[in-house]
Design a protein around this ligand. Structure first.
Ligand code: 6R9
Length: 696
């Protein structure tokens, strides 16, 4: 990109700079992360840098206001330098943590022995130590373009402190879980930060989830206190959040679990009488009455920050647990470098806080950097498909981060609607959620960015906490469709079908070889499942579930999930969850769900269903099945194509051959292109399904 004279130099200005920082980050992670952590965050009890007082001291010298804490009780790493030499010097990284199930339980720990608070670092540090109190934290842009507001860091600190006191008044204490089911309004990050401030663990549930999906999550985490809103408009559609939450809470009660309070934001302000419940309390009233003084709860580095449920190949969604210090350092550092954030920038990520992208790159990453962001309630196509470009001009957005599915959807409306906006403020474009096809990449680059803005194609997962493989915008030459090279501290590897590491060019299963600070620590309530899911396929490695190719330049190209996980419009859905919903219907004896290529969504959902005796594959039945899936999971998991399958292709041992079903779903008709079919119990089943595929 052309250098702009009014901008400071990029944080990573060249490939040489990237390579030297990368080398240090993987060769001496203790020092690398220790220095960053000491310099850029506040610690109540500092961790100890690895036997290197000089590094600590120089980190402090470069920090002008290390001593001035309005709060008085937080210190920075200054104390670490002053502290007597430690007996055990390696307290920064997980060097001693175990990554290998063969040598004992997997245990990931970073910045041990320290205490900090992530909300303090997002708010108090910016207001009281960095003089950013009057800077805008969020420009809120409503679904309705006429609705907008803004919130400074000082106002955000005030509201978070008050709301933290509200939570405490309901008995929420350190270590308790709080369920959050909210639209994209400022109160959503406020609820998250209020939890973090008092050491409560938030469990944010996406606003698109059904009451059953929510009930499952409330029950799993035993969330006694629920934070929600009356409802929200998304485009022209109203989502009755309180109605859905009421049903979820009733469902929990039937299972013997009692929610004790629901704090309800009057967002639409017209909650019907029949949706009101005795547990309801009015958010804004409570907040106004609460004290704005809420001392920070200082927390062990490994104290849980949040859990976020995500889908895997089997079973129910898992509660992915992230902790205070490591996640903080990861979310902030990846944000700073990959979006090359500088004061004065206005950043906009379109993700919902109900997903990991909204946790790391709407809430925590930007706030930790003292950044100014846009928080958007609506959808990219309302009131028309030019909305994103108008919002970019309105707030003079410099970094724009969205998903390939949104790019493809907007591309369909043509270039002219984009050209109506200026977009001159844009510097960097980002994408996340699924592999981006080169056509969409090129449109994003040429039409939206007018060839001026590098695209950061960021590969990462709920489990990784933040970016793992990504370009650095001023350094890494891009190739459309490649997430390019690893972030600092990330050591990827590819494992071939023989279980060996691929050297140089090649393809395989993408794994990570050593711990990084933002790594998930456990599955909530089920550490065994954590070890089984991520560390048992390839011993000594973290298993991502993605396939990947490495090219001659060492660039990584993600090829998609190699397990039974679908990425539909960037939303992660387990095929087992959809199948579970389908076989819950009395008319279905067996169901097999696969993904198929879909122009806009990336992947569509294709369901093969075997019906019970006496049931007919009528439009009514299909309609029922559709509703069952919506009720179980949510509308975003809607099945696109139903295919009646009197029988499914199975191995002689009775395993459904999904590989074959994927080919049929993709519309392939030549059985010779299906790969090995010799283990099929009944080869005729395949021919039969090919000839009955809907649309043939
Ligand atoms: C952040 C997020 C994770 C899965 C991941 C992969 C896919 C995400 C991608 C990408 C190709 C990218 N994915 N980013 N694939 N290129 N830039 O999406 O988390 O919801 O947990 O999904 O998304 O398949 O394994 P999550």
């Amino acid at each position: 990109p052309p250098a702009r004279s009014d901008r400071p130099a990029a944080h990573v200005p060249s490939m040489d700079a990237y390579r030297s920082m990368y080398r240090e980050s993987v060769e001496d992670p203790d020092r690398f992360w220790g220095r960053i952590a000491a310099r850029e965050f506040s610690w109540e009890t500092p961790f100890i840098l690895p036997g290197d007082a000089a590094a600590s001291a120089s980190a402090i010298a470069s920090k002008p206001d290390a001593e001035s804490h309005a709060n008085g009780n937080a210190t920075t790493a200054a104390a670490a330098a002053a502290a007597p030499a430690a007996a055990d010097p390696t307290k920064v990284t997980s060097q001693q943590s175990n990554f290998d199930v063969r040598t004992g339980p997997v245990a990931i720990k970073w910045f041990e022995s320290s205490r900090t608070n992530l909300a303090y670092n997002c708010l108090d540090r910016n207001v009281h130590e960095r003089g950013l109190g009057d800077n805008v934290a969020f420009f809120w842009e409503g679904n309705n373009p006429e609705q907008a507001s803004k919130l400074t860091y000082r106002q955000l600190l005030d509201r978070v402190s008050r709301f933290a006191n509200v939570l405490k008044s309901f008995g929420v204490a350190k270590g308790d879980t709080v369920g959050v089911y909210m639209p994209m309004v400022v109160e959503l990050p406020i609820a998250m930060l209020a939890c973090a401030r008092i050491g409560a663990i938030h469990s944010v549930m996406f606003g698109g989830f059904s009451h059953e999906a929510i009930a499952g999550r409330i029950l799993d985490a035993k969330c006694k206190v629920i934070v929600t809103a009356d409802g929200v408009f998304r485009g022209e559609k109203v989502i009755p959040l309180k109605h859905i939450m009421n049903k979820a809470i009733e469902h929990c009660a039937e299972q013997g679990f009692a929610v004790t309070a629901t704090i309800v934001l009057a967002h639409l302000g017209n909650l019907p009488e029949e949706e009101k419940r005795s547990l309801d309390r009015d958010w804004l009233k409570l907040e106004a009455e609460a004290s704005p003084d809420c001392p920070v709860e200082w927390l062990e580095a490994e104290h849980p920050l949040f859990m976020l449920y995500t889908s895997g190949s089997t079973g129910r969604p898992k509660g992915v647990v992230h902790t205070q210090a490591g996640y903080m350092v990861w979310a902030a550092t990846t944000f700073k470098y990959v979006f090359d954030y500088h004061p004065g920038d206005v950043y906009w990520c379109t993700a919902d806080c109900g997903w990991i992208t909204g946790h790391s790159y709407v809430t925590y990453g930007p706030l930790l950097n003292g950044a100014t962001s846009v928080l958007f309630e609506g959808i990219p196509t309302y009131p028309d498909a030019g909305r994103c470009w108008q919002v970019i001009d309105k707030y003079q957005v410099t970094q724009f981060y969205t998903a390939p599915t949104a790019i493809r959807a907007l591309m369909k409306f043509g270039d002219e609607i984009v050209a109506r906006s200026s977009r001159a403020s844009l510097r960097i474009l980002g994408t996340v959620g699924e592999p981006i096809n080169p056509a969409a990449w090129l449109w994003y680059f040429n039409v939206v960015g007018e060839g001026r803005c590098p695209i950061v194609d960021t590969w990462w997962q709920t489990e990784t906490g933040g970016f793992m493989i990504t370009p650095f915008p001023a350094a890494t030459p891009c190739k459309p469709g490649s997430a390019t090279l690893p972030f600092f501290g990330v050591v990827p590897a590819l494992i071939d079908s023989q279980g060996r590491e691929v050297e140089g060019e090649g393809e395989g299963s993408l794994v990570i070889k050593q711990s990084w600070p933002g790594q998930m620590r456990t599955v909530f309530g089920d550490h065994k499942r954590f070890e089984e899911t991520y560390f048992s396929q390839h011993k000594g490695y973290y298993f991502s579930g993605d396939g990947c190719r490495r090219d001659e330049d060492g660039y990584y190209w993600i090829t998609g999930r190699i397990d039974d996980v679908l990425m539909v419009s960037g939303h992660r859905i387990g095929t087992a969850e959809v199948e579970g919903a389908l076989v819950g219907h009395e008319g279905v004896v067996e169901a097999a769900v696969v993904g198929y290529p879909h122009d806009i969504k990336g992947e569509g959902i294709y369901a093969f269903v075997t019906l019970a005796e006496g049931f007919k594959f009528t439009p009514e039945l299909v309609q029922h099945l559709k509703l069952d899936v919506r009720e179980n999971i949510g509308a975003f998991a809607s099945v696109d194509i139903f295919h009646e399958a009197p029988a499914l292709p199975k191995t002689r041992s009775g395993k459904i051959m999904r590989r074959i079903l994927r080919k049929i779903a993709a519309g392939e008709t030549d059985i010779h292109s299906f790969g090995d079919t010799s283990t099929l119990a009944d080869p005729n089943v395949v021919e039969m399904l090919i000839s009955t595929r809907p649309g043939h």
